[in-house]
Design a protein around this ligand. Structure first.
Ligand SMILES: C[S@@+](CC[C@H](N)C(=O)[O-])C[C@H]1O[C@@H](n2cnc3c(N)ncnc32)[C@H](O)[C@@H]1O
Length: 455
């Protein structure tokens, strides 16, 4: 155990785990904390369970201040309809901002949590006490952020009784795993041990974090790491030549990066979105170049980006010689910057009936359209190919429900989209992109397995 002497920090490290085995990675951290988030009773006997009272909500924050992020979190909290919670929220409006601002400032900007993306995910859970005579409902705001090298999760408890509402932000605790260090650091608020807590509040102690919870977490991570699931085996950039990719990426980065970061008119994080689209464009350009060689194609492949959002990917691919267009429900301010060679259209895609004439369909984080991408490709022509980067969990008409508890939600969703592609008779390859987003596994549907006559 390593003590931390930096007493002025808002959170102090109380201990670190021993070094993990090499195979442990961010997926295991997520899977272990999924158990603690959803079934805390398996670690804490005072609990009967937990209810998630919000969805997971992604919040993108500015790179220099957290005001919008705090406003966004307050918006989420204000929509919680639970009786005690609503009352607490209405009576403590200003205090909540004062409490959240420094916590967010710390979690978003402190050097130990610096991730490539300015995104945190928030949900609120209600901890259900086993003994309702002894304990009152305790809520926890759970915030997490991750990229390929770091995973961090923060718990902010809040105890609400009939007449006694206590926000226990000073009893907050954090787990951070830097993948290269192969250990988890556990931190608690600097006033953790000096804050008096009413006896009816269900909060953790430092000792319990150390002697019970972290042991469970590391055991769950170890078990997750042994499960032989596909994501772990997924190679990065396996479908293309990495050297060509790096050359293309560096060229496009210089050509488009600084200009679009500086002139970004959207409210989203310019760094993240610009460099992600540059990486995606590089990937597609190299993939398509390989395809031209393999199939002796003389013309550059055409494409349509369904749900193109800011349209930067369309702009880069078009500027690099691929004829194509992007379609989205809503126009974006930045579309005005691209010039007339970049074809962007406002249109609602009706997935039940749409067909396209382009060679490739792109579905990049295309939300509700994601499961439809292979279907639209299959309906369009025998030779239409697709590239899909699944993100939020949508099925054809509803949200995608995660049934196989042995797999993570993300892994089950990827399998579902892969299966749709195969049922549409595509050969589907899966690859891991090098992008800031945590959802970086794409699927590529190419030549179908049957002859034209059979389709
Ligand atoms: C998560 S955003 C991704 C945007 C962009 N591809 C990116 O990665 O930055 C999903 C986009 O899909 C668009 N979209 C969803 N359903 C659509 C539909 N039926 N027709 C057209 N666009 C749609 C939304 O308007 C939104 O811009």
């Amino acid at each position: 155990m390593k003590e931390n002497k930096q007493n002025k920090e808002m959170f102090e490290k109380i201990f670190s785990t021993d070094e993990f085995h090499k195979r442990i990675c961010g997926f295991d951290f997520e899977e272990a904390f999924d158990i603690w988030n959803q079934k805390p009773q398996v670690a804490n006997r005072r609990l009967a369970g937990a209810l998630k009272i919000t969805e997971n909500i992604d919040i993108i924050y500015d790179s220099d201040n957290v005001d919008d992020c705090v406003t966004c979190i307050k918006g989420i909290l204000s929509n919680i309809e639970e009786d005690g919670f609503k009352q607490w929220y209405l009576e403590n409006d200003d205090n909540i901002r004062n409490m959240l601002s420094p916590m967010m400032e710390y979690f978003c900007f402190h050097k130990i949590y610096r991730t490539e993306t300015n995104t945190i995910t928030l949900f609120v859970r209600k901890l259900l006490p086993r003994s309702i005579e002894r304990y009152k409902n305790t809520y926890e705001m759970v915030l997490w952020k991750s990229d390929h090298s770091i995973s961090a999760i923060m718990y902010i408890p809040l105890c609400i009784g009939e007449t006694n509402e206590t926000c226990l932000s000073s009893r907050s605790y954090v787990f951070v795993m830097v993948e290269a260090d192969r250990r988890i650091d556990v931190l608690t608020h600097q006033n953790f041990t000096t804050t008096d807590v009413p006896t009816h509040c269900l909060v953790t102690s430092q000792e319990w974090l150390h002697t019970v919870l972290i042991k469970k977490i590391t055991a769950w991570m170890e078990a997750a790491s042994l499960s032989d699931h596909g994501l772990r085996k997924q190679q990065t950039l396996s479908q293309i030549n990495i050297e060509s990719y790096m050359q293309t990426y560096n060229r496009l980065k210089k050509k488009y990066g600084p200009y679009f970061v500086e002139n970004w008119t959207e409210s989203t994080d310019a760094q993240k979105f610009v460099y992600e689209d540059i990486a995606l464009a590089s990937y597609l350009i190299v993939l398509w170049s390989k395809e031209r060689e393999e199939r002796d194609l003389l013309k550059m492949q055409s494409f349509i980006d369904l749900g193109c959002g800011n349209g930067l990917l369309v702009h880069i691919l078009s500027s690099e010689g691929h004829p194509g267009r992007g379609v989205d429900l809503a126009r974006r301010k930045i579309w005005n910057m691209y010039g007339e060679n970049t074809k962007l259209e406002v249109e609602t895609i009706l997935p039940d009936t749409t067909t396209v004439t382009e060679d490739w369909i792109i579905g990049n984080h295309s939300d509700e359209l994601t499961p439809w991408i292979p279907v639209i490709a299959s309906r369009s022509s025998f030779d239409t190919r697709y590239f899909v980067l699944p993100c939020c969990f949508h099925d054809f008409y509803n949200k995608f429900h995660h049934k196989d508890q042995k797999k993570s939600h993300y892994e089950s969703y990827l399998e579902h989209i892969l299966q749709i592609g195969r049922e549409c008779l595509f050969e589907v390859a899966q690859d891991m992109l090098r992008i800031p987003s945590t959802k970086r596994i794409c699927q590529i549907g190419t030549r179908r397995n049957s002859t034209y006559e059979q389709v």
